[in-house]
Design a binder for this molecule. Structure first.
Ligand SMILES: [Zn+2]
Ligand SMILES: [Zn+2]
Length: 409
């Protein structure tokens, strides 16, 4: 005779259909979580202190959003305004990601030291929100984008959120400075969000005269980052500039080619040669050319990573709805679908492939030993990204952080 079975795991999801970050497992499967990690994946029932009957429901990895800007670059014009944002706006903005199932984000240009402080507060549990990876400031040319453009009217912010470099020595110095701040990757901006016709200085939206980064400065920054063990990702807009970034050795392009349809085979060859990621940001650039190009790089087998370029909802930009953190990432997924990507391809871009892009082997996949960052969904997300909306539960590090339904058995 034996007594009742002692629970083995902290939390168990019983009999779920599982998309594991790469593919759908063939049979309903149970997942056991202990100490915030996925401890067991089994086709037998598992015993947990808390058990969720997930029969007929779906589990996916928590989503990863790889291109955001967390701070309000328009209104944070001095320490007081920044303090107001951090106190009044930031907590709900961070929660908003979780509400939409985004459990990790990558900031690709935000002010220091503030972005580092937020990362530390999230890690300690002082703030509730996604895991935060960061590049620190955006590194650009003197008078380049975003310094002279979107930060042009905010000199206080401009100095904190971007670094304007004009020489090879400055390139090495700023990469080392970012390394000391504990960044996860290096972000460079080669040009503005506009065409620049190859000239060193050009007009951004016909208004602001700006500079683009010199090729030798870009090359030095990428080489120094690599020497220190960091991946680099480069903001591009035109095909010619994107080729330049990849020739310098970039590991990713943010926005990719937006200005025109891709016409040069070299671009795709270089993406593959560098094993680089393509981050389409269709939320911010919903252009026919960008959507066409996304399908093209998909056909070539390039790693595509979901990133929307979302910014704080209190920022107002003419012709662009600010939307909400998290919600914008789902819009991004919908626009990727409109571009011709399958729901499975889009899911991979926000889970398994995103983890590769970020160099994080602990997230993005449902596998034993990984962080228990999970979504519990009503319906099959590999059929339609619409099924990612309103997850029943969002689990982060083994804790249920969003709960829309009482499913406890
Ligand atoms: Zn950009
Ligand atoms: Zn951006």
């Amino acid at each position: 005779m034996s007594g009742p079975v002692e629970p083995t795991f902290d939390l168990v999801f019983q009999d779920a259909w599982i998309f594991d970050g790469e593919r759908t497992l063939p049979k309903p499967t149970s997942v056991g979580i202990t100490d915030g990690r996925i401890a067991k994946i089994s086709q037998s029932h598992l015993s947990g202190r808390q058990t969720v009957n997930a029969a007929g429901l779906w589990l996916t990895p928590g989503l990863i959003e790889s291109h955001i800007h967390l701070f309000d670059f328009q209104n944070a014009i001095n320490p007081e305004a920044m303090g107001h944002y951090i106190k009044e706006e930031l907590p709900k903005n961070l929660r908003s990601f979780l509400d939409y199932g985004i459990t990790s984000v990558k900031s690709v240009g935000d002010p220091l030291p503030e972005i580092g402080d937020v990362r530390n507060r999230l890690a300690s549990g002082d703030l509730s929100g996604p895991r935060l990876l960061m590049t620190g400031v955006g590194i650009t040319a003197p008078g380049g984008h975003p310094s002279a453009t979107v930060y042009g009217r905010n000199p206080w912010y401009r100095l904190r959120a971007a670094s304007e470099i004009g020489s090879v020595d400055e390139a090495r110095d700023v990469v080392n400075a970012m390394a000391e701040k504990g960044v996860d990757a290096i972000k460079l901006l080669l040009q503005g969000g506009c065409r620049c016709s190859g000239e060193p200085d050009y007009k951004w939206h016909g208004m602001v005269s700006i500079q683009r980064m010199k090729p030798e400065v870009l090359e030095a920054a990428v080489a120094e980052a690599r020497r220190l063990g960091f991946k680099t990702t480069v903001h591009t807009f035109e095909e010619e500039r994107a080729i330049e970034a990849l020739e310098a050795g970039a590991d990713g392009v943010e926005h990719g080619v937006v200005a025109t349809r891709i016409s040069d085979k070299r671009f795709i060859d270089l993406l593959l040669k560098n094993d680089a990621s393509y981050v389409p940001t269709l939320w911010v650039y919903p252009r026919a050319e960008a959507m066409h190009n996304l399908a093209l790089v998909r056909d070539a087998g390039v790693r595509i990573v979901l990133g929307s370029d979302s910014f704080a909802p209190t920022v107002q930009i003419e012709g662009l709805e600010s939307g909400m953190f998290g919600a914008n990432s789902i819009v991004e997924a919908e626009r990727m679908a409109l571009s011709g990507l399958t729901a499975t391809e889009i899911l991979r871009s926000a889970t398994g492939l995103a983890a590769v892009h970020l160099g994080r082997s602990d997230i993005g996949v449902i596998a034993e030993g990984r962080q228990a960052d999970l979504l519990l969904l009503q319906a099959d997300p590999t059929v339609s990204v619409e099924n990612l909306k309103s997850p029943l539960k969002v689990i982060q590090g083994g804790r249920i952080v969003v709960d829309r339904a009482e499913q406890q058995a």
